[in-house]
Design a binder for this molecule. Sequence first.
Ligand code: NAP
Ligand code: MG
Length: 483
Amino acid sequence: MENINQNYIAGEWVNGESEIENINPSDTRDCIGMYAQASTVQLDRAIEAARGAQKAWARKGIEHRYKVLMAIGQELMSRSAEIGKELAREEGKPQAEGVGEVYRAGQFFTYYAAETLRQVGDTADSVRDGIEIDVRREPIGVVAIISPWNFPIATASWKIAPALAFGNAVVWKPANLTPASAVILAEIISRQDIPKGLFNLVMGSGSRVGQALIESPGINAISFTGSVPVGKGIASAAVQNLTKVQLEMGSKNALVVMDDADLDLAVTCAVGGAFGGTGQKCTASSRLIVHDKIHDAFVEKMIVATRALKVGHALEAGTQLGPVASEAQLRSNLSWLDVAAEEGCERVAGGERLELATPGYYMAPTLFIGSRNDMRVNREELFAPMACVIKTGSYEEALAQVNDTRFGLTAGIMTGSLSRATHFRRNARVGCVMVNLPTAGTDYHVPFGGRGDSSYGPREQGGYAVEFYTHVKTGYIAAGAPA
Ligand code: NAP
Ligand code: MG
């Protein structure tokens, strides 16, 4: 029988109640392996083990945690070429992007390794004489982590690293579409000097293992990245147990191109933002809001740049756009093309499924013009290599269009005017704003998140992550009478 990639529960590698195949979206004849699906009994065992291990971990001290996190981070960085290739093979992003993602995952661990040492709290004088106050942070307990497939190692790492750094235990349910990356990361973590059960990998479907995990009264916090409907379900389940929750969800990011923009730079940013990662980024520039004075010139250059993108096998040299991640995603993308046409958009590039040398979920990057902000294609997150141009008459109109969405993760503006850029930075209703940069592409040492339907709960990443992964305790100490 083929080797089964196992779950890591209570410090042991174990088979599940069934297995799933992991298929390479660049070549569907390539089965990457079989991956164990945990039972809910195994999930309960993981949660229980995590509860015990968390206490031991919190007692270990910050220097120990520093060393563990640093080792994980350094291994990810030094093995980024090898692991990044496996990630690209199962997810479909070009190999270079896979390698970059693994390196970035390593940086999350080394960043939070350093954060373990930055445990300086607040002290205060009491308003009452002879009393001192000490404000400090304590671990929250067991953190349930639920991650998506589009950044299978980076997203998990920006949650696991701070969870462990601040003294918590982890039960991680990765996306079932990308289990290989999860097993690789879990294997690295499993080799560290950590209490058995501190870190658990529990693979399985979201509807079964994921749902059971978030409903468990044994967990203290849930950090989720994924879609809005699943996020809302998680929030409702969390409130039943009053479990702390943090959600990062979809978006409908806009890039504004003003009439005073550097057009070539605007095209580079729009193409990268719209089609990077095959459009499967929560920060993708799917709405291109373009000033009518430069609209035609911008569109002309966009068409050339979009058509020039090389779609191919993720592991093939020269590939700029891999396949989409799954058959379901491809079907959804193709149906959005029909919606765009029905709504009256004009397709000027792409718009078809591609048959390449290997059977895979390939699609040409697609550009629509003549779209309006109230069309469904500009309201819903598509997660496709597809962007729609919206004409705008003025900066004021553009800003109103940017903000007319229920999402609010990122927004960008291309302009030569400092005062407009400043006004935009202050008035775009989003969590991350970009000036003369693509809407996608963020750093690891500063907060990441959005507004509206894009995010719920405390921010992720950078020093801000401490808010979610810790409790605050205020201590009052009677100083006693002088001797
Ligand atoms: P998804 O369907 O919401 O799934 C996300 C994760 O939740 C997966 O691990 C999934 O498991 C699990 N899940 C599904 N149903 C669940 C349930 N009832 N209870 C608990 N867990 C459950 O999203 P996706 O298709 O993986 O990822 C694409 C979405 O993620 C997009 O909408 C994108 O915008 C969003 N995203 C957001 C960010 C951000 O930071 N804002 C970053 C990346 C992606 P299985 O899939 O394994 O069944
Ligand atoms: Mg796969």
